[in-house]
Design a protein around this ligand. Structure first.
Ligand code: GSH
Length: 356
């Protein structure tokens, strides 16, 4: 069944409850009106499960109508753009705005995820609720004692991961500040436009949506969002299914106030984070260190972040000069330009971005 081509073409999105990247992809497929089935694969990564059989160790995985399986949400989004060109694209027409939308999406995928994950797996209230509801969604009906035993095991796994990622108290403060600041930017954007680059969502909005869809549900993160950013809370509910949205991109003069505020966060937190990982990897160190203001975040290095840095730098270098010139001042004022324009040269080659 799963390896047979479908007609009419239907994608199969293999994802899970509580997985921000899975929900990011589902919202994107809905918005783009690409026919798909949402599937929570049974057995998850167990050797008999579909993901294992497909050679994939992460979710989401998208099975194309020809039967092939592909993973990694950002390259998937770009591949879907190529496959369905012109159909409710999530890349703004202006190449400069399209670049910025990817830059902001990268911050959501690589940094906002850590803020979500830290809050999800810190306090007892969050751990218990999140592990229980996630496993319940994965497993379906199950006797309570069996569910509780699995919740305990899963919580142990996730809290261990959390302490590897966010190993310092400073990291926790830094991520909490970043989360609140991100909510503030979206709340302010919603005074002007429905999405960052206009009244239709871009790849940046879907990246933010993926993480914030979870923050809206998880008890502590949700309490913060409800108290500080009620419109953002509703934004996450609406973007979950935007198949009926018919909006336009807006001119730079309209998107600039919101995007500028996001870029301030990119320049302050995100690009320094990517550089911190890159430097640690090149020095063969196991942990990176990021200092923002009075807070220091130390955690385990992640090679994927080095790839993100290189991909963004290549994309910047490949932009046509007119597009580059149009946003250079904005990137300079927000502290992003120097890192984007100084190509990193990792010892290990970084291949072109492509679905895995
Ligand atoms: N860069 C990937 C990240 C996907 C990812 O981190 N997925 C998580 C779940 S949200 C996962 O599968 N982790 C593996 C695990 O927990 O075993 C993407 O954008 O799709």
């Amino acid at each position: 069944m799963s390896s047979t081509a479908t007609n009419p073409p239907v994608y199969r999105l293999l994802g899970g409850p509580g997985s921000p990247y899975s929900l990011k992809m589902r919202a994107l497929l809905r918005y783009r009106r690409l026919p798909h089935h949402w599937i929570v694969p049974q057995g998850y990564l167990g050797s008999k499960g579909e993901l294992h059989q497909a050679g994939k160790g992460m979710i989401p995985v998208l099975q194309y109508p020809d039967g092939h399986y592909h993973a990694d949400s950002t390259p998937l989004i770009y591949d879907l753009e190529a496959r369905h060109a012109g159909q409710r694209s999530v890349l703004p027409d202006d190449p400069a705005a399209a670049f910025l939308s990817h830059l902001i999406e990268d911050m959501a995928d690589e940094l906002l995820v850590a803020a979500m994950f830290d809050l999800r797996w810190s306090a007892e209230l969050d751990r218990k609720f999140c592990a229980t509801r996630q496993l319940s969604g994965w497993l379906g009906p199950i006797a309570r004692p069996d569910l509780e035993a699995l919740v305990e095991k899963f919580t142990h796994r996730q809290t261990t991961l959390r302490s590897t990622w966010v190993a310092t108290e400073g990291g926790r403060h830094l991520l909490a500040d970043f989360y609140v600041a991100t909510l503030g930017v979206i709340e302010s954007m919603l005074e002007r436009t429905a999405y960052l680059f206009g009244n239709r969502p871009s790849i940046a909005d879907f990246g933010l949506y993926g993480q914030l869809s979870q923050c809206a549900v998880d008890p502590s993160a949700s309490a913060i969002m409800r108290a500080r950013a009620p419109s953002t809370f509703q934004w996450t509910q609406s973007l979950d299914d935007a198949c009926g949205v018919e909006g336009d991109w807006v001119p730079a003069s309209v998107w600039e106030p919101s995007v500028r505020q996001m870029l301030v966060l990119v320049g302050r937190y995100h690009l320094p984070l990517l550089i911190a990982h890159h430097l640690a990897i090149e020095a063969e160190e196991e942990s990176f260190e990021l200092v923002v203001g009075e807070h220091t975040w130390r955690g385990k290095t992640d090679r994927y972040k080095q790839k993100c840095l290189v991909w963004l730098q290549r994309e910047w270098a490949g932009l046509d000069p007119a597009a580059r010139n149009s946003i250079e001042p904005l990137l300079k004022e927000t502290g992003c330009l120097e890192i984007l324009a100084t190509p990193a040269t990792p010892q290990r080659p970084v291949f072109a971005m492509a679905p895995r």
